[in-house]
Structures are given as C-alpha cells and as structure tokens.
Design a binder for this molecule. Structure first.
Ligand SMILES: [Zn+2]
Length: 490
C-alpha cells in the first residue's frame, strides 16, 4: 500500500473554529451522528458501571439504563445482527452503499466470556454450509482488542513446558487427561511433536467424561481454596504466575459453577494488559476475555466456535480440529505513532479489513485530521471537546464519509483532561503492521515492544518508543507488588 496517512499536527486549518456553529462551519461537509446497537449478553457489566451502557445512552442507542441489566457490547458497523443507523434515520450501510469490511465494538466484560476461537475463511465457509443456524457468517473473524481499563484475558496455549509442569503440580487436572496425551506432552521435543501433543492434550481434556471432570474440578477447588486460606510462613515460595493461575481457576469456577472450563488457565496463557495496550487474535486461536473494558475491531463476522465457560451452544469437535496449536502468548502491541504526530497512535493488524487509530487532543490543542478517503467510523472515548465546531462528549459516535472535509478537533484550555477518540477504517498500513500473527512470535522487529504473555506478563519488556511504556512500567510495578489485587473492582 505504502500510502502515508494524513499529516496530523496542531496546524490550524484556516477555519475560524471558535467552537460555535458558525456559518463557516456549517458549509463544511462533516461527520454524521451515528446510532450504534447495544447488546445485553449476560457477561456484561451491569447498569451505569458499564461503559457500554453510558456510551449507548449518550449515542441514543438506548433511552435509559436499567441498573440490573448487563450492558456487554456496543456495535458500530453494518453487520445484519446489529446494523448502525445514522441520526438522519438512514442505515449506515445505505449511506456507504455497501457493507463495512469490519465491525467496531466497545466491550464491558464483568465476567468471563466463553472459551472460543474464530474460524479462518475456509472453516467459516464450511461451517456456514454445514450449520447455518450456529454459523451465520461465511467470513473469517480476526480480531484486535485495545484495553480501555486494565484487562484480563486468556489467550493462546501456554508453552508445553508450563503445561507439563502444571499437569505434574495439579493431579486433579492430570486426571482429566488421557495417559497417551500426558505421555505426549512429557516427551515432545520437536515443534511438530509439540503441536501434536498439544492437540492430544486439548482434545483429551475437552472430551473428558463430564462426571470425571466435574468431580476433579471440585477436588481441585477444595485444595486450592485450602492453600489460599492457609497462612503460609513463606508466601513467596510459589512463583507469582502460579499463584495467579490458581486464583484464576478459583474465580472462573465461581462464575461458572461446575464448568470444567474453569481449569482453562492451566493450559491457556493468562494475561493482564494495561490501558492503551492491545493484542491481535488471528483465526483459529483459543481465547477468552475475562474482565475489563476494551475497544475491539474485527473482520465483519459473528462466527464463534465455543467450547466452555458458556451456557451457549458448544462445538468441541470443530474447535479441536480447527485450532493451530501454536504456543506462547500473543505479542502485546502498544501501537505506533502516526507520521510525526504523537497525537495519533495507530493499531494495525496484519489483515486488510481494518485498523484502529486512537487520537488524543490535549486541552488548548487543535488537531486536523486528513480525510483518508475511505468510509470511517469514530467514537469519543473520553473527555469533551469540539469536532468541526460540534460539541462532543464520551460515547458519541459518528460516520465520516469519504467525500467529507478534513476533521477539526479542538479542546478548550479550561477542560480538565484530553479528549480521546477511537476511529476505525480499512487497513491503510498493511505493509507496516503493529500487531503480528502468532506465527511471527520471536521475530526481531525492533520498533515494537514484545511482551511475553506467560508465565509473567511483564517480564522481559524491551525499551523502544512505546506510547504507553511509562504507564506500563508503573502498572507492571503495581501488579508485581500487589499480587492480590490483579485487577481493580469493576
Ligand atoms: Zn473472540
């Protein structure tokens, strides 16, 4: 592609932007207010504590917030299961003339989402033909999550050495796995043999007789609870990652009574990322979001193959067969600055459908953003300010037509903090991704920071120019020192 995006700077644009709706402002072709769709899945955060609820209210996706109702997802896009409308009453799809290639979301997770993976294009087509009720889309669904709060997730398989160690450490987990699979895990050396062992292990665990796995889960919980409540004379005998893993099992079991999926932290990486950090999930990678709030962008599809931690339809056979069985966690991506501006950070996945820009406009500053000449959608994340003279508040979202003028953001000096805006459009930097595929793990790309997700999320952090590295360091320290408070109350 190689097209450089807009020159983003503080340069005023010759427009008398005094924040009021002057005639000059009105002649500009600007953004159009957009009404997203809110989803009330059971795992959502309840009432006004949910960012999704607050944004949905502000953008008029809902008329009021029910304090007892979960508000899980806000959808901005043209997907038929939740198509956005414009304030003019027109559907976004009709205004663009075609579907957006991506779906842009805000998520507020109060408890874990199911263990899931998304099919690649080939699998998606097959599933859609074989089972159109459960798999309504024939498209793949690579997805990227950018944290708005500290965010916990399980993502990708642990390295085989860790799993092997955890099998030996937790006999209850070992009892849910066949002798053949265990032997394969203990003996595998070569990468291919390791993949094979991992598939055997996952398949064996997922197809374990539910009576056996429920019973073993109970035994495991009783033992872990006893260990947690005992006053250890040497509390730091056990490495922090193992304690976190044990606590994650206890917490998931509390949320999903009797679901052996609560043992997933024993074979999936458990990570905690800080606001501004993101990770990319390629197709066919197992993951489960656990708690926190994020923006998420994905190829336009709603296909999910689920295998646990859910009352919804589970499809273990398909999941076991489609996973890639790569090991180690995803790279944590803190984005890259756009051009010479430090006001715009781009998060670019290695897939053509989408990328996400996060704009930060400090009080007293102006930002002119050149129209990328492709359909874009944006949402105000934090702070108040002006967009082409219109007042904007957190939660308001907009469609930016390709033929509109450049955007003028402005935040008055008197505001307490910056205005943050997230924007999504088709990927214009496919040749320079900031996020990488799992297969690229261990690459030597020097401009990105790469954080191994397991066993300790924040060890081995490289230097490099990272927009959130200061926050990361601070957060990493808090995380280390206050081991019992991995995540603030939501
Ligand atoms: Zn997912």
């Amino acid at each position: 592609m190689g097209v450089e995006n807009g020159q983003n700077g503080h340069a005023a644009h010759g427009n008398q932007d005094d924040g009021s709706d002057t005639a000059a402002v009105n002649t500009r072709k600007s953004v159009i207010g957009l009404i997203p769709v809110a989803k009330d899945y059971a795992w959502g955060i309840r009432g006004m504590d949910s960012r999704v609820a607050r944004y949905a209210l502000e953008s008029k996706a809902i008329d009021e917030v029910d304090p007892d109702c979960p508000y899980a997802e806000l959808w901005i896009g043209t997907h038929p299961k939740g198509p956005s409308k414009l304030k003019t009453g027109e559907y976004l799809r009709d205004a663009i003339g075609e579907d957006l290639p991506f779906l842009f979301k805000v998520l507020s997770a109060g408890k874990a989402l199911s263990i899931q993976a998304h099919p690649d294009k080939e699998n998606a087509k097959r599933l859609n033909i074989e089972d159109p009720v459960n798999y309504g889309d024939a498209n793949h669904k690579p997805e990227m999550a950018i944290a708005l709060t500290p965010f916990e997730a399980m993502c990708g398989f642990r390295r085989l050495e860790e799993i092997s160690y955890l099998i030996k450490k937790h006999p209850e987990f070992a009892a849910c796995i066949s002798e053949e699979a265990k032997l394969a895990v203990f003996l595998a050396q070569e990468p291919l043999a390791q993949r094979d062992a991992l598939q055997k292990l996952f398949s064996s665990f997922m197809t374990c007789d539910p009576e056996v796995s429920s019973h073993q889960l109970n035994l495991l919980l009783i033992r872990l609870q006893a260990e947690q409540s005992q006053l250890h004379p040497h509390p730091h005998d056990e490495p922090a990652w193992e304690r976190k893993c044990a606590r994650a099992v206890l917490r998931l079991a509390q949320q999903f009574h009797g679901d052996p999926g609560a043992m997933a932290p024993l074979f999936l990486n458990y990570l905690l990322i800080a606001p501004g950090e993101s990770f990319f999930m390629a197709a066919n990678e197992p993951h489960a979001y656990v708690a926190g709030e994020i923006i998420e962008c994905m190829a336009c599809s709603d296909n999910v193959v689920r295998a646990g931690l859910t009352p919804k339809f589970k499809d273990v056979d398909n999941l076991v067969n489609m996973l890639t069985y790569s090991m180690g966690g995803p790279s944590i991506d803190a984005g890259a600055y756009m051009a010479e501006s430090t006001d715009v950070i781009r998060y670019t996945p290695p897939c053509p459908e989408f990328e996400v820009m996060v704009l930060t406009i400090e009080p007293g500053h102006k930002l002119t953003y050149k129209n990328p000449k492709i359909p874009a959608v944006l949402i105000i994340l934090e702070g108040s300010g002006h967009l082409d003279g219109k007042l904007c508040r957190p939660g308001r979202s907009y469609y930016w037509p390709p033929d509109a003028d450049d955007l003028e953001f402005f935040v008055e000096q008197c505001r307490r903090g910056p205005m943050k805006v997230a924007m999504a459009h088709k990927n214009r930097h496919l040749d320079r991704p900031t996020a990488v595929n799992r297969d690229d793990f261990g690459g030597t790309s020097s401009h990105r920071i790469s954080v191994p997700a397991s066993p300790m999320p924040f060890l081995g952090m490289g230097g490099g120019r990272s927009p959130s590295s200061n926050y990361q360091k601070r957060f990493a320290r808090d995380f280390e020192e206050n081991d019992n408070a991995a995540i603030p109350e939501l």
